[in-house]
Design a protein around this ligand. Structure first.
Ligand code: URA
Length: 190
């Protein structure tokens, strides 16, 4: 499937009940040739209203961490496990994840990233392993065929517990190093 077909399919998707309550489908944003793919959990209110991932308070904090390690946001791709907002930002249901994960799989196939970074436990549990422990295993690397994966704290969690920001900065610095190691050519860092 090509990008246009995939995005259109996603925007008109009715595979789960979230279709009934969404304002916009939040497909994903950024460079379609990115080396680095960030995957969050699900759109929040601002994302639902705008149709773009990570534009609310959590997104602004993510931008700060990207800036801190000199990774331009426009060079990476940012998506979520769920493309539609769950009511009152509740956790995604297993059936919603199952209904939606095919879109992310296709995005990964089209982008062919070198590194996938899960933002938070829910994304890591879906993409790395079901029993992922974010407090213990954040910042660790997991080899997955054509790419490597890691998970960092979700920026919304850092807003609730700012003491974890130090760990986040350490993880982001390691991510920067990994990027330089796997994609050393200037201009190919996204
Ligand atoms: N939280 C997420 O997990 N994703 C978004 O797009 C916004 C907030």
């Amino acid at each position: 499937m090509d990008w246009e077909t995939l995005e259109k399919k996603c925007n008109t998707c009715t595979a789960c009940s979230l279709a009934a309550t969404r304002t916009n489908c939040v497909f994903g944003t950024g460079s379609r040739t990115a080396r680095l793919l960030f995957v969050g959990e699900a759109p929040g209110e601002q994302e639902d209203l705008s149709g773009t991932p990570f534009v609310g308070r959590a997104g602004q904090l993510l931008n700060k961490f990207l800036e801190a390690v000199d990774i331009p946001r426009e060079d990476v791709y940012i998506a979520n496990i769920l493309k539609c907002r769950p009511p009152k930002n509740r956790d995604p249901l297993p059936e919603e994840e199952e209904a939606c994960i095919g879109y992310l799989r296709e995005q990964v196939r089209l982008i062919r990233p070198k590194i996938i970074v899960c933002l938070g436990r829910i994304s890591a549990a879906k993409l790395i392993k079901p029993d992922f422990r974010i407090t213990k295993e954040h910042g660790q690397w997991f080899e997955k065929g054509d790419f490597v994966m890691t998970a960092v704290y979700h920026p919304a969690y850092l807003l609730r517990d700012p003491r974890k920001k130090e760990d986040m900065l350490t993880d982001m610095k390691r991510l920067r190093q990994k990027l330089d190691e796997l994609c050393p050519k200037a201009g190919e860092n996204g």
